[in-house]
Design a protein around this ligand. Structure first.
Ligand SMILES: Cc1cc2nc3c(=O)[nH]c(=O)nc-3n(C[C@H](O)[C@H](O)[C@H](O)COP(=O)(O)O)c2cc1C
Length: 219
């Protein structure tokens, strides 16, 4: 029996590449686990967290508990609820669209709020070594030699948090050129975009099959 925590952050449901690739990954894990998997979901793309709660929870961390206001108590409770979801997971799937060359504000807010819980502050090891997958979708291309090489300011930041701050055993699956089909200037990149998408689904499938080895040690 294993628990997967899945966090989605695309602001759309229909046509979302990050959700579609994560679906492939999730299905592969669930299938490999033979039905004994619970998937706990949180969708901050369509149901964002309240921004003020992060600030209230952060400031509560600098004050004695007996002085906390009602707002601070509620914010700490929300942070604890989010942290519980991560702490209870045997594996994590986090999806991340690239917005305005950076991380989704909703995803950043989730991270900032979780970090206010003492179990996830820098230096803690609550989920150290657990398998995690970051599924990134980008409209353009950012590879070496492309005009916008270095403009993806989301992926490196997310790696920093998930790998270096929380110590997760992270696999990153990136899909680029997702806007090729709807952007006339990217018409000549459509075949490449299709190939990259197929490759991402393949990577997700094989990553999903292999994670079970980590969840359930081979006898
Ligand atoms: C508000 C907004 C801002 C975006 N900014 C960028 C960007 O800066 N660079 C980029 O390559 N794509 C950008 N995109 C395109 C998304 O990265 C692309 O559609 C991606 O596939 C989104 O993930 P999703 O398919 O899971 O929704 C943007 C899309 C939206 C809606």
């Amino acid at each position: 029996m294993s628990t997967i925590f899945r966090l989605d952050s695309s602001i759309r449901l229909d046509g979302s590449t990050s959700r579609a690739v994560a679906d492939t990954l999730e299905e592969a894990i669930v299938e490999a686990e033979g039905g004994g998997t619970t998937v706990v979901r949180r969708d901050v793309g369509t149901r964002p967290l309240p921004g003020a709660a992060w600030a209230a929870s952060a400031f509560a961390g600098f004050a004695p508990e007996e002085t906390w206001t009602e707002e601070q108590r509620a914010a700490r409770a929300l942070a604890a609820e989010l942290a519980d979801e991560v702490a209870a997971a045997d594996a994590l799937i986090i999806t991340a669209p690239l917005y305005n060359f950076g991380v989704s504000a909703h995803l950043k807010l989730w991270i900032d709020t979780v970090i206010t819980d003492p179990r996830f502050a820098p230096g803690t090891e609550t989920v150290k070594g657990r398998p995690a997958f970051l599924v990134v979708a980008k409209g353009g291309g950012y590879g070496p030699g492309t005009p916008r090489e270095g403009w993806d300011h989301a992926t490196a930041y997310l790696r920093r948090i998930l790998e270096d701050v929380w110590g997760l055993d992270l696999d990153v699956i990136e899909t680029e050129l997702t806007l090729a089909d709807v952007t006339p200037q990217m018409a000549e990149l459509r075949d490449l975009a299709r190939a990259q998408l197929a490759e991402s689904h393949d990577s997700a499938r094989s990553a999903g099959r292999s994670v079970t080895l980590k969840l359930r040690p081979v006898a």
